[in-house]
Design a protein around this ligand. Structure first.
Ligand code: DAH
Length: 356
């Protein structure tokens, strides 16, 4: 070790190299190896001392001594390098064997979010009508009173205009409301597109309701309007049955029940046979024992609406309907509480499938 060795003593240098190589070989781990390397090659080592001694040798011996030292140092460094590589390999192998990855562990991944089920349902509904060759249209949510009411044959004193239903927009007399239904788009499409006309209009509507389990001040409807020559209530019924099948599964039973809307004559409510009790349980909580569930309003378009929109009612007639999309999602998806639809919790949306 630190015994001094002459750089010209080949045999002694070989012995030092043998000892150093043996020491490296015996190192149990990388830390011990690093210590031994310092000991055998550091400033105080026999090798370093012999190296230093070269400069005090007679000139003629220097070359030989330098060559000797080169050989010794290469051997010793090679021995330490080889051992380091071997120990590093062992350490890596040990790590691989002990560190297993459990691919079933939950990750901290941030969920990607989901489109809202009401948006998805509006797309599905639009698909049903597109497949029948209908247009899809949209209209403004901030609407002229004239489109929301007058064009649709609401008299000036109709109760739907009163404050309890409608969000009027400042200043008073602005003539603007937040639309209370999607029906004004009927008039917009008739005026811009003309007849014949087959159009479905999904969208947001607004009413001054408090949020509770079954109401929300902002909700969604899909409006339908078909104007052509020779359309009858049978066409209305067939179209709505097609929509009901697409929404609730083939074979769902529907009925039309007489009703009133200013913009249709005759008017009807479309009811669905209660899919919980099928009209067999007078105590059913879903249908209230009536056996039927109200889904939306419909009827044959009132001639006054056609006239207001520049259509000749002696040539053209047709039907219209309006369904609540929240109600549709409640029946389709078993959603019990409107709060779930407006709170925006991704755990609710995720249940309906994550689609982009
Ligand atoms: N607009 C009506 C409402 O919000 C629903 C409706 C009823 C739409 C009959 C129609 C219809 O197109 O013909 O209650």
């Amino acid at each position: 070790m630190s015994q001094s060795v002459s750089p010209l003593d080949q045999a002694a240098l070989d012995r030092v190299a043998d000892q150093a190589a043996a020491a490296a070989q015996g190192a149990a781990d990388l830390e011990e190896l690093a210590g031994l390397r310092r000991q055998w090659t550091g400033d105080q080592s026999a090798i370093a001392q012999a190296n230093k001694a070269i400069k005090s040798l007679p000139g003629a011996d220097k070359a030989q001594a330098g060559k000797n030292m080169g050989v010794v140092k290469r051997r010793v460094f090679a021995a330490f390098d080889a051992r380091r590589e071997a120990l590093e390999e062992q350490a890596a192998a040990r790590q691989l064997a002990t560190q297993t990855v459990d691919v079933t562990l939950p990750t901290g991944r941030i969920p990607r979010g989901a489109r809202h089920p009401l948006e998805l349902l509006q797309d599905r509904i639009a698909d049903v009508f597109t497949a029948m060759g209908w247009m899809i249209a949209e209209g403004p949510e901030l609407e002229a009173e004239w489109f929301n009411f007058d064009a649709l044959n609401f008299g000036p004193d109709h109760p739907a205009r009163q404050m309890q239903d409608t969000f009027f927009v400042d200043p008073p007399g602005s003539g603007l409301v937040m639309r209370t239904h999607t029906s004004p788009v009927q008039a917009r499409v008739l005026l811009s597109h003309g007849v014949p006309c087959y159009v479905a209009v999904p969208g947001k509507v607004f009413r001054t309701d408090e949020l509770d389990a079954t109401h929300t001040p902002v909700f969604h409807q899909v409006e339908g309007l078909a104007i052509d020559k020779n359309l009858t209530m049978a066409d209305l019924r067939g179209t709505l049955d097609r929509l009901a099948d697409a929404m609730f599964g083939a074979g769902v039973v529907t009925r039309l029940r007489p009703s009133f809307f200013p913009f249709t004559e005759p008017s009807a409510e479309l009811d669905l046979l209660c899919f919980v009790c099928r009209a067999k349980d007078p105590a059913c909580r879903t249908c209230g024992g009536s056996g039927w569930i109200e889904w939306g309003g419909c009827g044959m378009v009132d001639p006054n609406v056609l006239v207001a929109c520049g259509v000749d009612p002696t040539q053209y007639q047709g039907f219209a309907f309006g369904m609540g999309i929240e109600r549709t999602l409640m029946f389709r998806g078993g959603v019990q509480d409107m709060h779930d639809m407006v709170e925006g919790d991704v755990r609710f949306s995720g249940n309906f499938g994550v689609e982009i």
